[in-house]
Structure formats: C-alpha cells, structure tokens
Design a protein around this ligand. Structure first.
Ligand code: HAS
Ligand code: CU
Length: 550
C-alpha cells in the first residue's frame, strides 16, 4: 500500500482539477481584497477611491468567495476524488468536464465584468427587487449550466463503475461525490428557474415587474442546499481523508453514507428558515420547514460523533488514557491534520449559531443583523474554507507531482492559526454586535452621523482588526498555493483515502438505491413547497402596468 503511484489521479484528470483550482485561488485573491476594503470602510475612517461603491465591493466579495471560489474548488476536488477512487474519466467524460469548466469560466468573467462596472450591485444573493444587467444573469446561468456538465461527467463515472461491478458497493469517496452532485442539481433547479423565467425577462425589459416573494422563495429553495453543497466536500475530508492521515481506519463507512443520504433528503425542503420574517407564507408551513431544519442537523451530529470516535480510537491506539487523553496524541505538527481540525473546532460554535437562527423565536432577534454574517463566516469562511485549504495542501502537490516541504507545512499551520485568530475577532464582534441589533450589509455611510452609528464603532474596529489579520492569512495561503503549483520540489505526495475496518459489518446495498432516495427527496420537496407556492401564485400582486407575471 506504500506505492503511491498506484493510487494516483490520472494525469489528464489532474489537469482538469488544477484548472478549477487556478480560478478558485484567483477568486480568493480578489474576493479577499474586497473583504479587506469592506472592513476598513466600515470603520468610517477610510473611503473607497475612484467612486467605487460600498455595495459594489460587497457584491465582489460575496460572489467571488461565496459562489465562485466554492464552486470551482469543490468541482476540482470532486473530479480528483472520483478519478482517484473509481477510475480515470473516460475521454468523453473528460471532454464534458472541460466544456463545463469553460462555460463556468466564461460565465464568471461575464458576471464579474458587470459587477466591476457597477451594473450588477445586487449582493451575492442577487434577489429582487435588486436588479442587475442581463449579462450578469446570463453569466450566472452559464456557471450553473457548466456545473451541471461537471456533475454529469462525475456521475457518469460512477454509473460506469456500477455497470462493470454489479452488486459491488461503490468506493465511499465516489459515493459521496455523487450525493453532493445530485444535491447540487436538484437545488440549482430553483435558482435556474427564477433567473431564467423571472429575473432575466425583467432585466431585459420584457416584463415590467416580477413576483418578489416567488423569486425569493425559489432562491432559498436553492440557497440552503447551497450551503450543504459547500459543507459536504469538507465532510468528505473529515470522514475519509483524516483517518488515513492519522493512520487509523474509517470510523464507519455505513454511518458516513447514511449521513450523506440524510443531507440529500433533508437539505432542500428547508428554505423557509431564511424567510421566517417574510409575509405571504403561512406560519404553519414555516413551522414545518423549521422542523425539517432540525432534522438536517442530525447528520452533522452524526459527523461530530464519528470524528470524536476516530480521534479517540486513534489516541487509544497510541496509548492515551482518560476522557480527553487522546487530544495530546494527535499529530499537532502535521498541517494536513491541523488545518482541517481547526475547521472542525470552529464548527461547534458555528453549528450552535445555526440552530439559534433556525429557532423561530430566536430568529426574530438575529435576522438581518450582522449576527448572520458572523454565522456564515464561522461555517463557510472558517470550517469549510480551512478544510479546503487543508485539502489543497496535499491535493495540489499530488496533482502537480510535487511535495509539501517542511517549511511550507509550518507556514500552513501558522496560516491556519492566523485565520482562527482573525476570524475570532471578526466573527466574534459580528455575533455580539448582531445580538445588540446592528444591521447587516450596512456601511458607515448608511447610518450617517446618527447616534446609532456611534454605538457600533468599537465593534466595527474589532471587525477591521480581524479582517486585516485575515488578509495576512489570505496572502499566506496564496504563497503556499503558488509554491505547491509551480515551485515545490518534485516528488510524490499521497492522496490519502481511508479504509474500513476488516471487521466492520457489510455495507447495506440499499445506499445505492437512487430511486428510493430521489423519490423521498422529491416527495418531501413537494410536501414542503406545493401549497405555499399555490398560495403565492393565487395571491400574487398585480404589476405596475397590470401585468401579472405568473
Ligand atoms: Fe446557516 C444563514 C441555519 C449551517 C451558511 N447560513 C446562513 C447564511 C449562510 C449560511 C451563508 O435557520 C446567510 C445567508 C444570507 O445571506 O442571508 N445553518 C443553519 C443551521 C445549520 C447551518 C441549522 N450555514 C450552515 C453551514 C453553512 C451555512 C454549514 C455554510 C457552509 N443559517 C441557518 C439559518 C439562517 C442561516 C436559519 C438564516 C438566518 C436569517 O435569519 O437570515 C446546521 O447545519 C448546523 C449543524 C452543525 C452542527 C455542528 C456539528 C459539529 C461538528 C464538528 C465536530 C468537531 C470535532 C472536533 C469532532 C450541529 C461536525 C472537536 C475537537 C475538540 C478538541 C473540541
Ligand atoms: Cu439555511
């Protein structure tokens, strides 16, 4: 098992994965710069040059980091994971993968140009009544369609495996990639519908008005599973890669598959937890979706349980004693472990905050405050992103035929610690200010000189300190990425994939029963959304010129 080359990602697939990573890390550089500008502007001491608008910078930041960095990184990682654990892509599948990549890249360039021209200052959620230039929506559509090509290409590899190995269970990592790809396809149907049938015709001037409630509901039908599309690749690393890095077995292959299936089933019918304060949706349906939201917390609790199980098993095998003795035995000098581990620790308060958000009454306190911004900087910008950095520290050299040197390993650990400190300040200040009622998405200038503005100044400064520290963190990641892509010494870096215990009970074949899982997924979606949509359409307001769009 020590022969690394037997477990390598095919060289042609490696190129495809790396192409995705180049775009992802360029997005990180530009989006990070926008983030720094924002925290500085929010202190009220710095003004943006050249007439650039605050909300324009905020849009650049959110779109590049929340939508572009994530999608490109995830698809690149998933291509590599499938190629490594199943088989190299067929030539046809690889071509479809490249087609998807170019569609996404062209779409990104179109959308980014419009944002930079201040023609699409609509924030990363881009929902009505904010309106962008049609080219922005066409660009986003190309990104989504391109991602469908990518997902189709990965799924085709899995289908081929199933045909060639009847009755055999698929490799865990490939199975996880398929779940996440299916989740993504189901989710993006919502955003594609609102963009193509509502926003684009409206922005082209073909219709005078659109139904904002329907548009927002379609957006959040997509927006919540979107956050799990970000999270699941991090969970792939936690479940499958971390045990191998520790040199121990996967805690339970079946449990990991079960938790992924639960994400598929419960991710989509929960979008109303972003709309709890919106009129026009019957509280009974909001209540139902809140219950479903608490059900989708379960697979995360299973993941936490599984991770603690892995760490403790490893610690005991190294001779640890007592309840927390295993902590001392963990490999604290190995960036491949430490970086995602910091992400995991952050996910404990991050997840608790999510449950606060989802609790109807508590949501009334935090909704539209900067608490929510604090929440997603812990979930996405810490747990998920640090895990992505951790992945790239072995995956990039694996793909480029290089190795992570001791020096870079040290720098990676320093980077993650800097990230944790910076985010501690920034996200901490956001959570506290949010509880005190500070609005989200506001610049100093929005408050004017009101006394309210003065209340938030100490918190804005804490955010600026945190944001500045984070910018140093971004510079370090970029240094490491460039080193691993172009300059690190040649060699063979392992793509770690954990194995199950030989004594584990067999994995139920029911996990591969897609008719069953997709069936349940659609039934739940129909249950949670049909009547609310009928209500919205029947009670739709009439547009300004008497035009009723739906
Ligand atoms: Fe969220 C808003 C609810 C998870 C991202 N969320 C957002 C927004 C974003 C986002 C971007 O219900 C803002 C959207 C906007 O612009 O308006 N969220 C939840 C819930 C969860 C959750 C219930 N969110 C995430 C994840 C995200 C993310 C993950 C990105 C990746 N969120 C909400 C709600 C809102 C919301 C409302 C709307 C708020 C509003 O009013 O607008 C759950 O999935 C969380 C479950 C997590 C756990 C934690 C398990 C812990 C683990 C770590 C184990 C650690 C170990 C290490 C083993 C239960 C797995 C231990 C070692 C030691 C030594 C200690
Ligand atoms: Cu959500």
């Amino acid at each position: 098992m020590t022969n690394v080359s037997a477990f390598k990602v095919d060289a042609r697939d490696a190129k495809l994965a790396m192409a995705h990573f180049y775009v992802a890390f360029i997005a990180l550089a530009l989006g990070g710069l926008a983030g720094l500008l924002q925290v500085l502007v929010r202190t009220g001491k710095v003004e943006l040059p050249f007439g650039i608008q605050y909300y324009q910078v905020l849009t650049v930041h959110g779109v590049l980091l929340g939508l572009i960095l994530t999608t490109f990184f995830i698809l690149g990682f998933q291509f590599a994971a499938v190629s490594r654990t199943t088989a190299a892509l067929t030539n046809g599948a690889r071509r479809v993968g490249w087609l998807g990549f170019w569609l996404m890249t062209i779409g990104t360039a179109m959308a980014a140009t419009m944002v930079l021209l201040n023609e699409a200052t609509v924030l990363f959620t881009f929902y009505a009544p904010l309106q962008a230039h049609p080219i922005f929506y066409i660009g986003l559509t190309l990104v989504v369609v391109g991602s469908w090509f990518a997902c189709g290409s990965m799924i085709s590899n899995y289908v081929k495996f199933r045909k060639q190995n009847p009755g055999k269970i698929s490799p865990l990592l490939t199975f996880m990639v398929v779940v996440n790809s299916v989740l993504w396809i189901v989710a993006t149907l919502g955003v594609a519908t609102t963009v193509l049938f509502q926003m684009l015709p409206w922005s082209l001037g073909l219709v005078d008005s659109i139904d904002v409630l329907i548009s927002r509901t379609l957006f959040w039908y997509f927006g919540h599973p979107l956050v799990y599309f970000w999270l699941l690749p991090a969970y792939m690393c936690w479940y499958v890669v971390i045990p191998k890095i520790l040199g121990t077995k996967i805690f339970s292959d079946s449990l990991a598959r079960m938790s992924f299936i639960l994400f598929l089933i419960f991710s989509v019918p929960v979008g109303f937890h972003h709309q709890l304060t919106e009129p026009g949706i019957d509280p009974a349906w909001k209540f139902l979706q809140v219950i479903l939201t608490f059900l989708v917390v379960v697979p995360s609790l299973m993941t936490a349980f599984s991770m603690f199980g892995t760490f403790e098993t490893y610690g005991r095998s190294q001779g640890s004693r007592g309840l927390f003795g295993w902590i001392k035995k963990l490999p604290w000098g190995d960036a491949h472990f430490v970086v995602p581990f910091i992400g995991m620790v952050a996910f404990i308060p991050a997840g608790a905050g999510g449950m606060v958000n989802a609790s109807n009454q508590l949501n009334q306190v935090v909704h539209n405050t900067i608490w929510v911004t604090g929440h997603f900087h812990l979930t996405l910008a810490t747990s998920v992103v640090l895990t992505f950095f951790g992945i790239s520290y072995w995956l990039v050299p694996h793909l480029t035929g290089r190795v992570l040197t001791k020096k870079m390993n040290q720098l990676a650990i320093v980077q993650a610690i800097i990230w944790a400190i910076g985010m501690g300040f920034m996200s901490g200040a956001m959570h506290i200010a949010g509880l005190l009622g500070a609005p989200r998405r506001s610049s100093y200038s929005t408050y004017g000189d009101s006394s309210q503005a003065l209340d938030w100044i100490p918190y804005q400064f804490m955010q600026a300190i945190g944001g500045t520290i984070l910018s140093i963190g971004i510079i370090l990641v970029l240094i490491i990425f460039i080193n691993l892509a172009f300059f690190a010494p040649k060699g063979e870096q392992e793509f770690p994939v954990g194995e199950s215990d030989e004594n584990a009970s067999p994995i139920p074949v029911a996990f591969e029963n897609w008719k069953l899982w997709l069936g349940i997924t659609f039934v739940l979606i129909l249950f949670a959304y049909t009547i609310p949509f009928v209500d919205m359409i029947q009670n739709a307001p009439v547009g300004s010129k008497g035009y009723k769009f739906w």
